[in-house]
Structures are given as C-alpha cells and as structure tokens.
Design a protein around this ligand. Structure first.
Ligand code: C5J
Length: 221
C-alpha cells in the first residue's frame, strides 16, 4: 500500500514495505571540529544544526520497524582504496590519511571516522564503508538493499551536494525511487544545498523528490 507524502515536485508514493532510510556519513570527520571537513576550512556548525532532525528521522524508521542503512566515507589504513586523484585535492596539508585531532583523517577505525553518538547505528542495521562519495561505488549496497526488497530510499545526512547527491543519483540510475529529507541534510555551503534540491526535483523529479521531516512524519507515523 502506498501513502502519498507531500513532496516536491509532486507527492511521493511511499510504500513502507519497500522503503529504507539511508543516513549518509553522519561522521565525526564531517560534523566535529578537528575532522576532515574542518581540515578543508569548512564551518562544521552548519552540519551540527541538523543532528536532532536526523536523529528524529532515524527514530521514526526504528519505531516503524523499517530498514536503516548508515554509510561512512572511509579508507583502508594503507590508503590502497584512495586514489591520488582523491587524496591530492584540497589544501596541501593535512590530507586524507594524515593525523588530525581525532586520529587519521577519513581512515577506517579511527575515532574521527565514527558515526556521531546521536546517530549511531543499532545492532542489525546496515552499515556500509564507502571509499567514494556515492554509496554504491565499490560497496555491497545494491545487493544488501535488493535482498531486502527495497525499491525506495529516503535520504538524509551530509553533505547535501557531495555524498548525499552522488548517492541519490547512483540510486536513481539503479531504479530506486529517492526522497530527500531537506531538513535532515546539510551542506557547508547554503547555496549548494539549495541548488541540489532544485536540481534533483527539477524536470518532474529527474533524480527524485524532496520533502521536510514533518511532512514525512505526518504521513507515515
Ligand atoms: C565530502 C561527504 N563532502 N560525505 N564527503 O567530502 O559529503
């Protein structure tokens, strides 16, 4: 059974039997000072502001018994999954793999690479380490979701125009119906978030739909 969730550019046909929540990269490396995002000169306070809404969205899916997939952008300690084309971007120092205030930046298992406590996965929830910006590149995401009969993905997390948008576009190309929760995602750049929402919903939802947390909650709670 589908429920019409008020969304842009038109109602999203939410089907609880086929839907999963994807929480993208709610990691200390992006949200806390001393992490990878801050090392690039970004203001992490913008991302911290959405934490209560992301936590409420996770709680909503848990209360409904719906599947949740958490991603972490991370690299192996030997950086064999981090091509120079990625590592050599941004400021000359520090770079991915260099030591920071929370351990080595964007390296799997380091304190800064963990998901923040407020959004931490529970046992049984899917957790995917991804070396790229998109959640499908070099991961088992597609197989994990298809094994559960998932064909709709509700997106939250950071950052809107990088890992969230890339994951949403990858999902759209694989045939998933995608809904972005606009107050449960954030960018270091206000204008990039607005542009992303406009781009994905344009041309009749060419990448997917967008709505607010309360619109989804009111429809499916
Ligand atoms: C970035 C991400 N911004 N999770 N990663 O490098 O969006």
């Amino acid at each position: 059974m589908t429920i019409a969730v008020a969304a842009s550019p038109f109602p999203f046909p939410f089907d609880a039997g086929r839907a999963a929540l994807a929480v993208i990269d709610m990691q200390r490396d992006f949200i806390e000072s001393g992490g990878f995002g801050a090392s690039l000169g970004n203001d992490v306070a913008r991302l911290q502001a959405i934490v209560p809404t992301v936590a409420a969205l996770i709680a909503l899916f848990r209360a409904r018994g719906l599947p949740i997939l958490h991603t972490r952008e991370s690299h192996l300690p030997d950086l064999s999954d981090c091509p120079p084309a990625k590592r050599n971007r941004g400021a000359a120092s520090p770079r991915i793999g260099d030591s920071g205030a929370m351990g080595r930046l964007l390296v799997r298992g380091e304190p800064g690479n963990a998901i923040i406590d407020a959004c931490a996965p529970l046992a049984g929830e899917m957790v995917v380490d991804k070396p790229g910006k998109g959640m499908f590149f070099a991961t088992d995401c597609d197989a994990m979701l298809r094994a559960r009969g998932i064909t709709q993905i509700v997106f939250a997390g950071v950052t809107t125009e990088v890992c969230v948008q890339t994951s949403m576009r990858e999902a759209n190309d694989r045939g998933y119906e995608c809904l972005l929760i606009t107050d449960a995602t954030e960018s270091y750049f206000e204008e990039f978030k607005a542009a992303t929402i406009a781009m994905i919903t344009a041309q009749g939802a060419i990448v997917g739909w967008a709505t607010g947390f309360h619109e989804l909650e009111a429809s499916i709670a």
